[in-house]
Design a binder for this molecule. Structure first.
Ligand code: TA6
Length: 255
């Protein structure tokens, strides 16, 4: 996709946005160990987790990252993907659904919108996430802020078993391996990078109710020093959809 001095690269495989550039900066990062040949989900960019943000009953991040989505609309600055049940998805998760995911490259932001509709005759519930890998100048330079981090409860997946912890700050820095699900942290989550001219805003405008923070601190193989995952998620509580009902999540990336 192109629009003025902006460009984005999007794969049908997993409906994954792997690059979002404005001017000289690419705000997304693809891990050095990522497979780009379809042999496994792309570890980088904005991978799409649905119908489960795991671990749980099915494969950790669901099937949406493992399959080619259909392109139902494509212009210079916009792509719309759709995905419905097939033998592979029914085998993993026995429900009929339609998912639509649009990615629009505007002059001042990248806009995403995901809608899932229950097209089955029985209810289902799901969790989901945009498992976004944001690039950074160095992980020590990064501070993630949102007023709603302060007082939020997060599931600390580094503890065994994972445990709930109460946050006492509105900002997060990374100095060890981190894997957290912050329940109820939504709205604008800001990525401040002291090595960059301006902060990046991850604007969770609709639906995405939670925020996941992940960094595999110390893993050179994964390129830990060059990214932080700040994920727009629906992870703390599954959403139930009755037949015919739909759910929408909208997230904009604003440099
Ligand atoms: O979103 C965080 C997380 O679920 C971590 O628990 C870790 O397993 C990571 O994702 C793996 O990401 P990947 O892109 O390799 O599937």
């Amino acid at each position: 996709l192109t629009n003025g001095d902006s460009s984005a690269t999007v794969y049908k495989f997993g409906a994954c946005v792997t690059s979002y550039k404005k001017g000289d900066t690419d705000y997304l990062m693809v891990r050095p160990d990522a497979k780009m040949d379809g042999s496994k989900p792309i570890s980088g960019g904005i991978p799409f987790c649905f119908p489960q943000f795991g671990p749980g009953a099915i494969q950790q991040h669901g099937f949406a990252r493992n399959v080619d989505w259909e392109v139902s609309e494509k212009t210079a600055d916009k792509v719309v993907f759709t995905l419905s049940e097939n033998d592979y998805t029914m085998d993993m998760w026995p429900y009929k659904f339609t998912a639509t995911y649009s990615v629009t490259l505007k002059a001042d932001k990248l806009a995403t919108e995901f809608t899932v509709t229950n097209t089955d005759s029985k209810p289902f519930d799901f969790t989901a996430a945009l498992h976004s890998y944001w690039s950074c100048s160095a992980i020590k330079n990064v501070k993630v802020t949102s007023p709603s981090f302060d007082g939020a409860t997060y599931l600390d997946k580094m503890q065994s078993p994972p445990a709930d912890v109460k946050s006492a700050s509105d900002s997060i820095t990374i100095s060890s391996e981190t894997d957290r699900v912050y329940a109820g942290v939504s709205g604008d989550v800001v990525l401040n990078d002291s090595g960059r001219k301006a902060p990046l805003t991850i604007a969770n405008n609709l639906g995405w109710a939670d925020t996941v923070i992940w960094n595999p601190y110390g893993s050179e193989a994964m390129g830990y020093d060059n990214f932080i995952c700040v994920e727009s998620a629906l992870a703390a509580m599954p959403v139930a959809l009755q037949p015919g009902e739909y759910w929408t999540g909208a997230m904009d990336v604003v440099p």
